[in-house]
Design a protein. Structure first.
Length: 468
């Protein structure tokens, strides 16, 4: 009453601030509403070294006004004050405020989410710790507020900035999944966090996007680099060697010699001797391109169409500075888990090929891995109707479905070279003979009206018992 007559508002104590502010808003006393906002701003400004109690007062008053009076005036003041603190102080406030997460209202959680902005780790860490504590005590935990919070923060920032915390969170949530609905919720949450990320390249993770035509567009860093190239086999042998030695399409010595093999298959009638001049040229190309040697076992098991081709590669294999053992060259043959009856079938629809790095962990620095299952990776095919391709899957969803393997970021496409082993069944002893079929220069399978075509794929015989 005194303020109404004098126009002066004395300082309002904290314990009555909410009642006075509510009174001003309910009776639409604009002058008093304005004075309350000014007083709240003054309170925030005079807090130089805020205690947790100071920050809770500012935050809770802002929540109350927003949820009951539908005003954001105090919200802006409170959040600005808290956000002006250093990162450690902000983190400590959020961590303590979320200690009673199960009892908080949606409005309180909404403002916490707004306060954190991209610092979602400030929220994820107390959530993981509370889940851990509950599991350790074998207690039951009401996940309603946990789910609400996780659904409304942008977890892609956690994936980008702290992938260990991200994996820990989803590992704990997976253990809590007691029903199919829980698992579906978890999968939706993880897929959403991946899709929301716009900076996955910085964290070493790539995902596919979709063009206006609806065809998947994969990042170049996920595409297997040696696949689906074409070679002009009408060139002379010298010309094709020069081209293979300088082309950006050729990324390693394996592709280089696969190109020579492809030319020889296409020019079966031409006889080319592997002269000392050619060997010196190969050495010069390897030195200039800084390539590792090619594998002796790879060249030895290539399926040749002519004796001239076989003799040519035998000379190459005799040169230790061009061709050495797999491990000495830094390569390992890693076979897929399963065999394929019809090689074209994998391009009729998206197909996943599972590879296990068993016995080769040291190559990828995985020797000390303690994760469940085996270290490995998944190659996915892009169907022929969508411009056929092979891509390395880095989508955690793909590995979540597989209990046998898990993926490490150390596995990179630049260290992968894809080829097919043709396992032709022999008529005696029920045995198989295996030959490597280079695929680098086989072109790309296409979808035609009469089915899939891949006329340049280097298979010369088909048998009902052959597998790949």
């Amino acid at each position: 009453v005194h303020a109404a007559y004098t126009g002066k508002t004395p300082l309002i104590a904290r314990d009555v601030f909410r009642d006075i502010n509510k009174l001003a808003n309910v009776f639409e006393m604009s002058w008093l509403v304005s004075r309350c906002v000014d007083q709240f701003n003054h309170m925030a400004g005079t807090i130089q070294e805020p205690s947790y109690r100071d920050l809770v007062f500012l935050f809770d008053e802002a929540v109350y006004v927003l949820s009951n009076l539908k005003s954001r005036q105090l919200v802006e003041i409170a959040l600005k004050k808290i956000q002006s603190l250093n990162g450690e102080s902000q983190r400590d406030f959020i961590f303590r405020y979320l200690q009673n997460l199960t009892s908080l209202s949606c409005q309180q959680l909404d403002l916490i989410i707004e306060l954190t902005k991209t610092n979602v780790e400030y929220v994820v860490k107390p959530i993981t710790e509370q889940i851990t504590a509950s599991s350790s005590n074998q207690g039951t935990l009401d996940l309603t507020n946990f789910k609400y919070t996780l659904e409304n923060i942008d977890l892609s920032y956690c994936l980008k900035n702290n992938i260990q915390l991200y994996e820990r969170l989803f590992g704990m949530l997976e253990e809590l999944c007691g029903t199919n609905d829980d698992l579906k919720w978890l999968l939706r949450l993880q897929r959403k966090s991946i899709k929301e990320s716009t900076t996955f390249k910085e964290s070493g993770i790539e995902i596919a996007t979709t063009s206006a035509s609806g065809v998947a567009q994969w990042s170049d860093s996920n595409i297997i680099p040696n696949m689906f190239h074409t070679l002009n086999t009408s060139l002379t042998f010298d010309e094709v060697v020069d081209w293979l030695g300088t082309s950006d399409e050729v990324v390693n010595f394996w592709m280089f010699f696969e190109g020579i093999w492809t030319w020889m298959n296409a020019n079966e009638g031409s006889i080319v001797k592997c002269s000392p001049n050619f060997l010196n040229k190969f050495r010069e190309i390897r030195k200039n391109r800084k390539w590792r040697e090619v594998s002796e076992s790879f060249l030895n098991q290539i399926l040749h169409k002519s004796e001239s081709s076989r003799e040519f590669f035998q000379v190459v294999m005799s040169c230790e500075d061009l061709c050495i053992g797999l491990r000495e060259a830094g390569w390992n043959i890693i076979f897929s888990k399963g065999i394929i009856k019809d090689i074209l079938s994998i391009f009729e629809q998206e197909t996943k090929l599972y590879f296990i790095c068993e016995g080769h962990e040291s190559v990828y620095n995985l020797s000390n891995c303690s994760k469940p299952g085996k270290c490995g990776f998944i190659l996915k095919t892009v169907p022929a109707k969508e411009h056929a391709n092979f891509v390395l899957s880095t989508d955690p969803i793909d590995y979540l479905y597989s209990e046998e393997i898990h993926y490490h970021n150390d596995i990179d496409t630049k260290d992968l070279h894809l080829l097919v082993q043709w396992r032709k069944k022999l008529k005696i002893f029920n045995m198989h003979t295996g030959h490597y079929l280079p695929m680098s220069w086989a072109g790309r399978p296409v979808q035609e009206d009469n089915g899939l075509l891949w006329n340049t794929f280097p298979v010369h015989e088909y048998g009902k018992d052959d597998t790949y």
